[in-house]
Design a protein around this ligand. Structure first.
Ligand code: IPE
Ligand code: MG
Length: 225
């Protein structure tokens, strides 16, 4: 989700105003994901690099996640959506962490859309935390390292047990991954739109999906019949 700040600036409003509009866009996108029976959707809400922003903006983004969860919980449960917050615990207040994970936990029994909210997320840190976890486990079980494969390493990431993303959508015309799902995105199709995130709606989402449906995916192989 990129472009909230520019969206607000165009309206001569503070950046936080753009983030609030961005949260409304999330609602619509999640709604469409449910309607088309998507299995997994990951939204990148706050990166490990976003701490560099002014304290008031960081605080607003932290509050926005909590408010989103509180406000949307009934609807998320009605729609059978299972929410997971993926990211590091680093720098987050323990009581805040408990609260957001408790809120997400209230959707744990749901079996519909898997909604990952990447919050305090960084792809490189995810890989490092995975390596540390593997290292700990391998102390009693050295075979874990000997038998490690790209498939089994995936089980040490925040997205353990989930399929790799098929499509990554980047808004606001930036041509970079910004530390998002680095390991998982190896063969993801990438779609970039100039649309700023608060303007990203169901039609924009469908355009991205239709574009994706026209891609030829070879995964390093050659085209089959
Ligand atoms: C949202 O857009 C990204 C988040 C951290 C939620 P930005 O805040 O990066 O918006 P721009 O890039 O300044 O327009
Ligand atoms: Mg940005």
């Amino acid at each position: 989700m990129d472009g909230n700040g520019r969206w607000a600036a165009k309206r001569h409003r503070p950046r936080v105003y753009g983030h609030r509009a961005g949260a409304r866009a999330v609602r619509k996108v999640v709604e469409l994901a449910t309607e088309i029976k998507l299995g997994y959707l990951t939204i990148y809400a706050f990166s490990t690099e976003n701490w560099k922003r002014p304290a008031n903006e960081v605080q607003a983004l932290l509050k926005l996640l909590k408010d989103y969860l509180i406000k949307e919980l009934p609807e998320l449960n009605r729609e059978n959506i299972k929410v997971r917050i993926i990211g590091t615990q680093d720098r987050l207040d323990p009581s805040y962490l408990t609260e957001i994970h408790q809120l997400a936990g209230e959707t744990a029994q749901n079996t519909g859309l898997n909604l990952n909210i990447a919050f305090n997320y960084g792809g490189r840190l995810e890989i490092i935390e995975g390596i540390k976890k593997l290292f700990q486990e391998s102390k009693n079980n050295p075979e874990l390292v000997d038998n490690l494969t790209p498939q089994t390493f995936g089980n040490y990431l925040y997205t353990a047990g989930q399929p790799d993303p098929d499509l990554i959508i980047r808004t606001s015309g930036e041509y970079r991954l910004s530390n998002f799902l680095l390991w998982q995105s190896a063969y993801a199709e990438i779609y970039i739109t100039e649309t700023l995130w608060p303007d990203f709606d169901k039609v924009e989402f469908l355009k991205a999906i239709i574009d994706f449906q026209g891609r030829k995916r070879r995964f390093g192989g050659i085209e089959s019949e």
